[in-house]
Every structure is written in C-alpha cells, then in structure tokens.
Design a protein around this ligand. Structure first.
Ligand code: MG
Length: 423
C-alpha cells in the first residue's frame, strides 16, 4: 500500500479496504457464512447499447444482484466507471449497503458527477436486489412495507394540434389514468416560429392549450406540463402565474439547474405546483429546494441519483417538508430502474406520482417480472429483491453492434439568433 499526500494509490485502496474488512468480518452465529462480493459484471443491452445492467456476484451459490446504470448518451463511459470501482467491492460484506454506498461515494475524492453517480446507482440497486433475495423478501418490505397497494402513474399525451392532443388525453383517461402530461409535440412544442424557439410565443400557446383542455375535460383530470427549461427565468415566473387558473397537478422543469434560486420568486407569486429534478445528481441541487419548500415534486432518476439508498433518504426528507416524489422514468429508461422506483413508491409516504414508461415487446421479452401497468397504476411482483429475472443472452442479443458504437447527443433547440437553449 502506498500513501502519498493523502492519496492511497489504486492498488492501496483495495488493500486498505480489505484490511479494514478483516476487522468487520465477525460471524454472527455458528455455521453462518458471510456473503461477500466476488465479481462485478456489466451487461449492455438495447439496440443502441443504452441499457447497462450491473450484476454483483457473491460467494453464495446462485446469489447475485441486478441494478440499472443505463444512459442514452454515455453508457460506455459509465460501464468503464463501474469497472474501475469493482476492485473496491471485491471481498466486501454484501449486506453493508450503506457502508458501501459511503465508500463508493467518496472513493475517487471528487463526487456528484453524473457518470460516476450512475455507476454508483447501478451498484446500489444490485446490492438491494441481492439483500432482498437473501432475505426472501421484496425490496419494499425491507423499506418498511407497503403504504399503498399500487403506484399511481402518469401518462404522456401529445399532439401537434390542440384537437390531436385532446384526443390523446381522452384516450389515456379512458385507459384509467388520472394524471396526464400534456405537450404540443416535442421539447419546447408550442414555442417555435419558423424552427426557432420564442419565449413570447410559448407564453401565448401553452395557456391556450390548457384553456382548451380544461374546456374539454373540466377540472377533474390532473394535468401536467413539461417546459424542458426552454424559458428565460423571468418568463418561467410569468408562465407559472399565467397557468395558475388552470390548476395544474404540476409544472415541470420550468427552470434549468443553473437557475434554481428563481423558484423563490415563483413561490412568492403563485400557487402553480412545481416539479423538477431529473437532471440532479448533487444534493446541493435538491436539498435547499426541499428544505425551503420551494418545490412540490422532486423528480430525481433513481439510477442517476445514488440508487435506492440515496433516493430513500430523499423521500424521507420530502416527508418532513411537504414535498412529494415523482421519480423520473420516460423513454430512455429500463425496466430494472422502473422497478426500483416502484419499490420506493410503494414504501414511501411522500410518494406523489410515478412517470410511466413503455418498452418494445421484444425488449420486455428478455425480462421476467417487469412492473405491471394496469388502469393507470403500476404493480410490483411479490418476488424477492427487485423480483426480476434477466435473460442475459437474449438481452445482449438485442444489441446492434453498429448502433451501439455510435455517439449520441441530445437534440439542440435554438433561439432565432442561433443561441442554444438548455434542454
Ligand atoms: Mg421531464
């Protein structure tokens, strides 16, 4: 082990950890065998390679855990991050989830970046899955048990015209959804003039959209809208005020992570509920918003924000400040992360609503035990851990080598003068 200016060199980190663990390895009863981590494996899937699963093997025959570390843009970098952390995990007591979380969180000194946080989240989910399997209990039981029988989900309705959008909303209401997200097309839809985004156009079109929807459906359905951070901050305040008469369930991402103090102005001026957080990976982003009661829903993605361990802490924090959880899902997520969200939802009294997700039939076919979506509600299965089985060969078979080696970037929207907007 080499110690140099406060830094244990790579090999030294593993040695130091193992030596400490020798002290911690105290058998609890005769014949009892400590479950230790023997191998950390990564599994890439989906045609574009954006699904990444972390599989943690143990010294107990057949006992392993599965977690999600997927990402549509930097999956190969996250896979490499998981591999670099693996030596810190080998030989450790798999039951010490909190200890491992704290260790992984600070093992490279710098922290809270999105890549490393995703790697950590995948490891954490796998450890919870493993603990549930060892205990013979679903994860929600380990979190204190169910405080609801099913998880209310919200649907994504969209249309290029008001009539199309209205028909899509009607379809979801007929399916049983009570909460529907309403968009005029893609990101920033309703705000484009000749291909360029314009704040004033958006401030005109979105209130008109809700006027139409409330006239057609009344105040019964709970409606949300996602701004995707396209507005200038003062216009985010203005839109929140303009939408107040339409009683939204929440307005999502009206501000980017760089402009969070503006939530104070919004809170002081109107009662439109605010949801934000799918881009957050740093506690300094969400803790002040929750503890100062500046938002109503926190929308972290479980596989980006430290896994079940950290998101459970966030849910507990929310409870005391009257904020609710709405863990992010959406098209680029995967069924393992969705199930991690559902277990948190089932056991958290601060749960608000769960974003739904749809996967291709061929994609779902590689899993057993995915969350069941019925009548606008999600149901977990009752199997131990996350309760899912992954056919690894079939999952790897979904990968298209050509698509998987491409680089992917989020679409850029711009103002009329060419300035890039935050997505
Ligand atoms: Mg969103």
């Amino acid at each position: 082990m080499v110690y140099h200016h406060g830094v244990y060199l790579t090999q030294g980190v593993a040695e130091k950890t193992r030596r400490l663990l020798d002290v911690l390895k105290t058998p609890r009863k005769a014949g009892w065998r400590l479950t230790t981590i023997t191998r950390v494996e990564t599994i890439r899937s989906r045609a574009d390679g954006s699904w990444l699963f972390v599989k943690i093997h143990t010294n107990q025959p057949g006992l392993f855990g599965l977690g999600s570390a997927s990402d549509p843009f930097r999956c190969s970098v996250i896979e490499e991050a998981v591999k670099t952390v693996a030596p810190l995990l080998i030989g450790r007591d798999a039951s010490r989830i909190e200890d491992i979380w704290q260790s992984v969180y600070t093992c490279c000194y710098w922290r809270n970046d999105s890549v490393f946080s995703t790697a950590q989240s995948g490891i954490d989910q796998a450890l919870w899955d493993l603990k549930g399997k060892e205990a013979g209990l679903p994860i929600y039981q380990l979190l204190g048990g169910k405080c609801r029988t099913a998880v209310q989900a919200y649907a994504h309705a969209s249309g290029d015209s008001l009539a199309q959008l209205g028909d899509d909303v009607a379809r979801y209401l007929e399916e049983g959804y009570h909460v529907v997200r309403c968009q005029l097309g893609a990101y920033g839809g309703g705000g484009f003039l000749e291909g360029a985004f314009d704040d004033d156009t958006y401030l005109e079109k979105i209130p008109q959209m809700f006027e139409y929807l409330r006239n057609r459906f009344g105040l019964g359905p709970k409606l949300t809208h996602d701004v995707h951070e396209h507005l200038m901050p003062q216009n985010a305040v203005r839109l929140s005020k303009l939408l107040e008469p339409y009683r939204l369930y929440f307005l999502e991402d009206v501000l980017p992570p760089e402009q969070l103090p503006w939530y104070r102005q919004i809170r002081q001026q109107c009662t439109t509920p605010q949801a934000v957080g799918e881009l957050f990976t740093n506690p300094n982003e969400f803790v002040p918003l929750i503890s100062e009661r500046l938002i109503d829903f926190v929308r972290l993605r479980v596989s980006k924000a430290g896994g079940i361990t950290n998101c459970r802490k966030v849910a507990n924090l929310c409870e005391w400040f009257g904020v609710r959880t709405a863990w992010q899902e959406g098209a680029d997520n995967d069924p393992v992360n969705q199930m991690a969200s559902v277990h948190l939802d089932l056991a958290s009294s601060s749960f608000g609503v769960q974003e739904e997700n749809h996967f291709e039939e061929a994609e779902l076919a590689v899993f057993e035990g995915v969350a069941r979506l019925e009548g606008g509600y999600l149901y977990a299965n009752e199997a131990p851990g996350l309760g899912m089985h992954l056919d690894e060969k079939a999952a790897r078979g979904l990968l298209d080598p050509q698509l998987a080696k491409r680089s992917y970037f989020i679409a850029e929207d711009r103002r009329r003068d060419g300035e890039i907007l935050r997505p």
